[in-house]
Design a protein around this ligand. Structure first.
Ligand SMILES: [Cu+2]
Length: 191
């Protein structure tokens, strides 16, 4: 009992200091509560959606001025999977085209042709893929109008887990890249 009382009296004497100490304790408690919150969130972060793991850089869309076929164009960009799990780009959509397909270049009968990529574009964790003229690209088909340098095109990229990510891509003038993009003699591609 006397022990308790003396403890109490010490408590009273040092009330001012204790008040400060209590405040400090409360702050520490708040901080550690936040800390424990974020540690409970960690499993959620590890299971991030594909859209959260996908980093898109340098997107651009080829303009239609000077194109042989102004009903279609293509979008190019750098895709990076910065997540811990494989992700798959399954498609895309945009207001400026009726449909969008993921295309790859392939050699058929000695000719370089483009064709739709089966099963989408798979990115391993930590890996990237360059979409560029002459290689992988997003084919914009059934354009609703001409695409001019300086315009901006919004593309919605669709991923296998159902998540999506929006990309704003500037339109760049159509240049000699035509010959890389439609390899000579392959003006008629498979769509
Ligand atoms: Cu194509």
């Amino acid at each position: 009992m006397s022990h308790t009382r003396s403890a109490l009296s010490r408590l009273t004497r040092s009330r001012a200091r204790l008040g400060a100490a209590a405040l400090t304790v409360a702050l520490v408690a708040t901080v550690s509560a936040c800390g424990s919150d974020s540690s409970t969130d960690e499993p959620k972060a590890a299971a991030a959606t594909s859209a959260e793991s996908l980093v898109v850089e340098d997107p651009w869309v080829r303009g239609t001025d000077g194109a042989k076929d102004a009903t279609m164009s293509a979008a190019f960009m750098v895709l990076d999977n910065e997540g811990d799990e494989e992700l798959t780009l399954t498609g895309a959509s945009t207001d400026v085209a009726r449909s969008v397909e993921i295309h790859e270049m392939a050699v058929v009968d000695g000719k370089s042709v483009m064709r739709e990529l089966d099963g989408g574009l798979v990115l391993s964790p930590g890996k990237g893929q360059l979409l560029q003229p002459g290689g992988f690209h997003l084919m914009l088909m059934g354009l609703t109008g001409p695409l001019r340098a300086g315009d901006e095109v919004t593309l919605t990229l669709e991923l296998a887990d159902g998540s999506t990510t929006e990309v704003t891509a500037p339109v760049k003038a159509f240049t000699e890249e035509e010959e890389h993009y439609h390899a000579p003699g392959t003006g008629d591609h498979e769509h």
